[in-house]
Design a protein around this ligand. Structure first.
Ligand SMILES: Cc1cc2nc3c(=O)[nH]c(=O)nc-3n(C[C@H](O)[C@H](O)[C@H](O)COP(=O)(O)OP(=O)(O)OC[C@H]3O[C@@H](n4cnc5c(N)ncnc54)[C@H](O)[C@@H]3O)c2cc1C
Length: 279
């Protein structure tokens, strides 16, 4: 088994920006967490206290979860670990809070120290790349595109890059005060795009993305050709895109015409507008 259950509780809650709330979870169990970094997916299961007591800690938690009647089965959602501090058995998860419409968003908004839930994440016997979609291989020309739910993964990814890599980043967020530092050793160009009030996710990002792809670079501006074509030697370019499903699908189609598809691209639908996640 590579993913296992961790019984965790909230240690701290911090408002990072208008959209983001960081919850720090702790548990002695987390000494066993083998976090693979970048965009590795983990699950949070929002079980009620009596359900937590009934979870088969060493048994098949997924069977237990699936066998519960629909009306009491605890919500399970996917997240990205923003930081792991094994020496103190802590992890941070950054939640893009979107009101009370989702159980995990509602939980993050109101979480208090001591609140307990389940984390499903890689255990000591997990392969380091289990649940990881970021697969640039030897590419040095990189594109990262995402909405706010992808920001924790993009921050992790940029932190792993080296000085001989170039990364163009486009991130759409709901609020100008969500813009934040994203340290990297690579040559990084970041376009932050702020969604207009009431507008569907991705509209602004697409406008910026494709205006850049068609406009020639001006003197003194970085060459925008990363947006235009996956060129260079084979395997040298790689695109990673994550966010709302319909938007990611549109971006996928547009990038395919520029040579980003198959092994030199990863496209992930992180959530679906108007529909709850199914876990
Ligand atoms: C691999 C992976 C990694 C992810 N990492 C993160 C992460 O680190 N941080 C993070 O915040 N999210 C992350 N997500 C996205 C997160 O799983 C979804 O946003 C999830 O739907 C939130 O659950 P919920 O209970 O709040 O809402 P749900 O019950 O799933 O949905 C309820 C309603 O809210 C809407 N909704 C869901 N998410 C959003 C949103 N972000 N903005 C506006 N409306 C929304 C739905 O369309 C639905 O109408 C990740 C998803 C994946 C697949």
């Amino acid at each position: 088994m590579s993913y296992r259950l961790f019984f965790v509780s909230v240690l701290r809650s911090e408002r990072l920006s208008p959209t983001f709330r960081r919850l720090t979870f702790g548990s002695p169990d987390l000494a066993e967490l083998a976090w693979g970094g970048v965009d590795q997916r983990v699950k949070l299961v929002l079980a009620a206290p009596d359900q937590l007591a009934a979870v088969p800690a060493d048994g098949d938690w997924f069977e237990w979860w699936r066998a519960l009647p629909d009306e009491v089965r605890p919500p399970m959602r996917t997240y990205t670990i923003a930081a792991h501090r094994p020496e103190v058995c802590e992890v941070d998860i950054d939640f893009a809070v979107h009101g009370d419409s989702g159980p995990l968003s509602g939980f993050a908004a109101g979480a208090e120290s001591g609140d307990r839930l389940l984390l499903v994440a890689p255990g000591p016997d997990a392969a380091p790349d289990v649940g990881v979609a970021w697969r640039p291989a030897a590419a040095r020309r990189l594109l990262c595109i995402g909405d706010e739910t992808a920001l924790p993964a993009i921050r992790n990814i940029l932190g792993t890059l080296s000085a001989d890599q170039t990364c163009d980043v486009l991130i759409e967020v709901p609020d100008a005060f969500d813009v934040t530092e994203l340290p990297s050793a690579a040559q990084v160009r970041i376009d932050w795009v702020v969604r207009r009030a009431g507008e569907p996710v991705g509209v602004r990002a697409e406008e910026v993305m494709f205006s850049r792809a068609t406009s020639p670079s001006s003197p003194g501006e970085p060459d925008p050709d990363l947006w235009q074509e996956a060129t260079g030697t084979a395997g040298d370019s790689y695109a990673w895109v994550a966010g709302e499903v319909a938007w990611v699908n549109r971006v996928r189609k547009r990038l395919a015409t520029r040579g980003y598809s198959g092994v030199n691209a990863s496209f992930m639908g992180y959530w679906r507008a108007g529909q709850p996640s199914r876990g």
